[in-house]
Design a protein around this ligand. Structure first.
Ligand code: ZN
Length: 308
């Protein structure tokens, strides 16, 4: 069996201002690091508006679409921009996540990595935020539940920033468990430990600055893995941000590349135990280009090893 990779050149057309951390070069570095790996490679399809409506109202989709400039770049929020091509990039990011879920649920792949941008986990129901336009992972989770008949999906978000958008989009749905580890204090300032959601399906695990790999591994082992296992999901989604790396310029958690390899091994082993190995990982953050590429490479190596 195989690990599928979903990506698309359109995701390189989403341009941010000079010096912006969420830059085109991020995806180029990730893809270069995945060259030559034993992946079943696919073009990420464009999401349909009906896919986006699984999480966002039509008026918001219309707002984003109509905000795309014909030339230059447009500011959507203090950190989030659109250029010509951004809407197609965003549709590829959501569409890639959905296609990856379908490939795994149909048994065409053991697991999958979605290498797209813009990322999605900060986008709220009606607000672009933190480099994100649409909630890719939340949309993929809703797709699995609403259209594929799954009863429970777990999302783990180890990006160093709280996945406020994903939490906003999924917390009213008791079929989705959402767990986020994130540095606190840090952007966006949300994700307190006492937010459980109306169905007790939200778990936020704040990490103090300078948290190291040993502490992170203990938290994952003692809090994240048992919670997902007891939820008994039929699919696990990862919001794979690699910005908890010690070299990342936007945060000060001190994971090393090998910690991402360890995490991948834990998540694939858990997926094998609880849901037949069905796991889809979507790229979120990671802003030191070398660290991002290295961490993504060991992550994908772990996915491939699990599928072998
Ligand atoms: Zn992040």
């Amino acid at each position: 069996m195989t690990t599928a990779l979903y990506t698309h050149p359109d995701c390189l057309s989403h341009v941010t201002p000079e010096g912006h951390p969420e830059q085109v070069a991020r995806l180029r570095h990730v893809l270069a690091a995945l060259e030559g790996k034993a992946l079943d490679r696919h073009e990420a399809p464009l999401a349909e508006e009906a896919d986006l409506r699984l999480c966002h109202p039509q008026r918001y989709i219309d707002h984003v679409r109509s905000s795309e400039p014909a030339e230059g770049i447009t500011q959507m929020d203090p950190d989030t921009w659109m250029s010509p091509g951004s809407m197609r990039a965003a549709l590829r990011a959501a569409g890639g996540a959905i296609a990856a879920v379908d490939a795994v649920l149909d048994g065409r792949a053991d697991n999958a990595f979605v290498a797209t941008r813009p990322p999605g986990h900060h986008a709220e129901t009606e607000s672009p935020m933190g480099f994100c336009l649409f909630g890719n992972v939340a949309i993929a989770a809703k797709h699995a539940l609403e259209r594929r008949g799954l009863k429970r999906v777990a999302i783990f978000d180890p990006d160093v920033h709280h996945g406020n958008g994903t939490q906003d989009l999924v917390q009213s749905d008791g079929r989705i468990l959402f767990i986020s580890t994130h540095q606190q204090p840090l952007y966006p300032g949300t994700g307190n430990r006492d937010e459980y959601g109306p169905h007790d399906t939200i778990r936020n695990i704040p990490l103090p600055p300078e948290t190291d790999g040993e502490t992170f591994r203990m938290i994952v082992t003692q809090q994240v893995l048992p919670k997902i296992e007891s939820f008994a999901p039929e699919l696990i989604l990862l919001s794979s941000g690699f910005d908890a790396h010690k070299d990342d310029p936007l945060a000060s958690v001190n994971l090393e590349t090998q910690d991402f390899a360890w995490l991948t091994g834990q998540m694939t082993a858990l997926a094998a135990k609880v849901c037949g190995g069905r796991l889809v990982s979507c790229l979120e953050g990671g802003y030191n280009l070398e660290a991002l590429a290295e961490a993504a490479a060991v992550h994908v190596d772990g996915l491939i090893a699990a599928g072998a």
